[in-house]
Design a binder for this molecule. Structure first.
Ligand code: FE2
Length: 256
């Protein structure tokens, strides 16, 4: 199994505090059936800066540790980039690290409280550059929660999205859980990932999330997510389902 979003590199961002927790996280990942994972440290989220050159260096270093410890896990390079107005300037400066450094897919984070008014434009411009943005944890964004159709517009534009495993099993509350389900039902998500930060409060939970998805929607839905994550390893085209607008239910009737 492949995890496309997690914070496993100790001492780099808000992931594990020390090497022992890194090792524990790596062992947990293996016990969940994860063989490869993208380490995606935060970049420009207001607190952490992890430029491409640094992440590549850390990933090599930590893969060396895994070999030394005989842990059968491979870390691939990535980054969780916070959207900002000067994003294309940041790309020009070669600070941005796409998944696997392949210039195909980029994990893009929105601020948790809103959807900036330039988001659609950024998605459009990235696509023009041949980079497909994957909007991470849309289910936890308050702007998208209050206006569900903003997410439909972004996906229609060509953005992909990734739900957090913990959201599917209620770790972020009922609202986030039910919005996650709505997102899947309207074909507005393409990946499930752990966004793991540690082993206790923010662990991997991928197995439980996939079990929940299989129970709700059938095993084929889990294959869809799992296969898409695998396809990112080599920057291949992923499978998409036709996005559906989320209609509001008012007084028992549906409105667009
Ligand atoms: Fe993250």
């Amino acid at each position: 199994m492949v995890d496309i979003h997690c914070h496993i590199l100790s001492g780099v961002d808000d992931g594990p505090d020390n090497y022992m927790i890194f090792k524990e996280m790596a062992n947990r990942a293996v016990s969940e059936g994860i063989t490869r994972l993208f380490a995606t440290p935060h970049h420009l989220n207001g607190k952490y800066e992890n430029k491409k050159i640094d992440v590549l260096k850390y990933v090599d270093l930590f893969n060396g540790y895994l070999k030394k410890e005989n842990i059968p896990l491979v870390i691939l390079p990535g980054q969780e980039l916070r959207i900002h107005r000067e994003i294309f300037h940041t790309i020009e400066k070669d600070e941005v690290l796409t998944l696997g450094n392949q210039n195909k897919y980029l994990l893009l984070e929105l601020p948790s409280g809103e959807v900036p008014d330039y988001t659609l434009e950024v998605v459009y411009e990235l696509l023009l550059k041949g980079i497909t943005p994957i909007i991470v944890h849309p289910e936890r964004n308050r702007g998208l929660l209050s206006d569900n159709n903003l997410l439909y517009e972004l996906v229609q534009e060509g953005a992909l999205t990734q739900l957090t495993a913990g959201s599917m099993i209620g770790q972020f509350g009922k609202k986030v859980k039910s919005f996650s389900e709505k997102i899947i039902e309207h074909h507005l998500s393409h990946f499930i990932a752990s966004d793991a930060h540690n082993v206790h409060t923010r662990g991997f939970c991928l197995q439980s999330a996939y079990e929940r998805i299989a129970n709700l929607y059938g095993i084929h839905q889990t294959y869809y997510f799992k296969e898409n994550a695998e396809l990112l390893i080599n920057g291949q085209h992923i499978i998409t389902q036709k996005p559906l607008p989320i209609r509001k239910k008012i007084f028992g009737l549906f409105y667009s």
